[in-house]
Write a protein that binds this ligand. Structure first.
Ligand SMILES: [Zn+2]
Length: 134
């Protein structure tokens, strides 16, 4: 048994292994697999095969720098999605404020939820704006 472990360790030496993108691919694979149970699509089946091949390619790859660059891009994208989702979740659960976008600088502004038309000044670009709250 120790001999097998040693051989496996020698095989994996210098290879990339797991990272966040690997875990993301596994989650995507499981989602697509569950979806394909209902849809039974050949396109999704092909995507599943490609995803497995690509995931194994990355796992056993010896070009570690390229795999790390891919993982870094994935992490940036993942954080952007996570931040957008967090902002939307916060806005949805906040019943005491309304959120508007400044027409000049596109900054997100938060106002107390008071019915009527209010005058406000954007703290970022200092433009006067009217805010309608229903
Ligand atoms: Zn502004």
């Amino acid at each position: 048994m120790d001999k097998l472990k040693f051989k496996l360790a020698m095989f994996m030496q210098g290879r990339y292994g797991q990272d966040d993108l690997y875990k993301g691919c596994l989650i995507l694979y499981l989602i697509l697999l569950a979806l394909n149970i209902f849809l039974n699509s050949r396109i999704i089946s092909s995507l599943l095969v490609l995803l497995v091949v690509w995931t194994f390619f990355r796992f056993f790859s010896k070009n570690i720098a390229a795999r790390q660059r891919e993982n870094a891009k994935y992490l940036i994208l993942k954080n952007q999605v996570k931040n957008k989702y967090g902002v939307l979740k916060k806005r949805f659960s906040d019943k005491e404020h309304v959120y508007r976008t400044c027409p000049e600088c596109h900054a997100t502004l938060r106002f107390p939820r008071k019915k009527g038309v209010h005058d406000a000044v954007c703290p970022k670009c200092h433009k006067a704006i009217k805010v309608k709250v229903r």
